[in-house]
Design a protein around this ligand. Structure first.
Ligand code: AMP
Ligand code: MG
Length: 349
């Protein structure tokens, strides 16, 4: 299949491209598009056959449900119940990087919800995403626009790399602002529970309801026949091609440990990538060092994480070693993705 790629100028949106891409969605095709979290791979959420194509293009397991993206607050037809807390969260954080899990209505095909009786709904703030949804005239089911298991794309070049030839249309915009997937809050339980940390932090959610909590299972390695509340949590995710290890603890000790590990690999003639920060980048003597940004700006670190991982894929390194971050505020989301990328291979110092 030939994939049409259009890079949009945000100051002067190409309406024709957006209308064309909207038509592709309406007619049952697939479009990759920017959102403020990561690039999404969209299909008409109400069209079972179209949604199946997403799973095929990504190689996504069929039991991993999709998030439905909408552009206006009229979501009654997608759900059977909107609890008061969901209304308050929508009011405060939509449009933005927050997905709400609600009971689904009959209109949502089982393929979209992967057989669950609930559905994840989000209103993105990215203008291209919203204009596309409006042009399509239907809600858009969209997981991240990558081959399943790989780090999510935060730049259009990565969508092209993973999906060119497999989908009808790729819309490009600027680099994704948040860079990590949306926060998911399950509003079908009391009190509501965070199933995936993201750009809307627990601290922000608790300003609306102080009882909201994070499912403790999500920061730990899944064991045995663990059945997570968000089905996607059981899969290896965000993984670079090379194995990734995290060194966690005091920063001076972390640097020393990473230098020691790197030397050992270099002695074995291996190429090592180091994920460092602006504050530490000069302390690594060997290996290929990349900074995720300043430790004083955790938002920027989250924004850069997936692209730095993909950059190491480009270089074909044998192993990647990363520093760790404090698990507070947005650092919870950063560490959640980093730990999953590493398959929970963590060295404590
Ligand atoms: P992705 O769009 O690829 O980031 O994946 C969507 C994530 O949302 C997956 O990890 C799913 O497990 C989660 N999700 C989507 N719908 C639901 C739902 N109805 N209940 C729980 N988790 C969901
Ligand atoms: Mg994904």
């Amino acid at each position: 299949m030939e994939t049409k790629v259009v890079i949009l100028d945000l100051d002067n949106l190409d309406r024709t491209a957006i209308e064309d891409a909207g038509k592709v969605i309406r007619n049952g095709g697939l479009v990759a598009f920017p959102t403020e979290t990561v690039y999404g791979l969209g299909a008409n959420a109400l069209d079972d056959i179209a949604v199946k194509k997403i799973f095929l293009a990504k190689g996504r397991p069929q039991d991993n449900p999709l998030i439905v993206h909408i552009a206006d607050f009229n979501i009654e037809y997608l759900t059977t119940e909107i609890p008061e807390i969901a209304k308050r969260l929508m009011e405060k954080f939509w449009p933005g990087p927050l997905t709400l899990i609600l009971k689904k209505s009959q209109i949502i095909p089982d393929t979209t919800s992967a057989g669950l009786n609930t559905i994840g709904i989000r209103m993105p703030s990215n203008i291209v995403a919203r204009e596309l949804i409006k042009a399509a005239g239907v809600p858009i089911a969209a997981p991240s626009a990558n081959v399943s298991g790989r780090p999510s794309p935060t730049e259009v070049s990565r969508c092209i790399e993973d999906l060119e030839g497999k989908i009808e249309y790729i819309l490009g915009g600027e680099k994704c602002d948040v860079g990590l997937e949306s926060t998911i809050v399950d509003c079908t339980v009391e009190p509501p529970c965070v199933l995936r940390p993201g750009g809307i932090t627990l601290e922000m959610l608790r300003e609306v309801n102080s009882e909201i909590y994070i499912d403790p299972a999500i920061m730990k390695k899944p064991v045995g026949d663990f059945k997570p509340k968000a089905p996607g949590m059981k899969y290896r995710h965000y993984a670079p091609k090379a194995p990734l290890k995290i060194v966690q603890g005091d920063l001076q000790k972390t640097i020393a440990k990473i230098n020691e590990i790197v030397q050992n690999y270099i002695d074995e003639n291996k190429t090592v990538g180091i994920m460092a920060t602006d504050e530490t980048v000069n302390f690594y003597k060997n290996g290929i060092v990349r900074s995720l940004g300043s430790r004083n700006d955790i938002s920027n670190i989250g924004k850069n994480l997936f692209e730095v991982l993909r950059g190491f894929d480009d270089l074909g390194v044998d192993i990647i070693i990363s520093e760790a971050f404090e698990e507070i505020d947005f650092g919870v989301a950063v560490m959640n993705r980093l730990k999953k990328s590493a398959g929970y291979d963590i060295i404590n110092v």
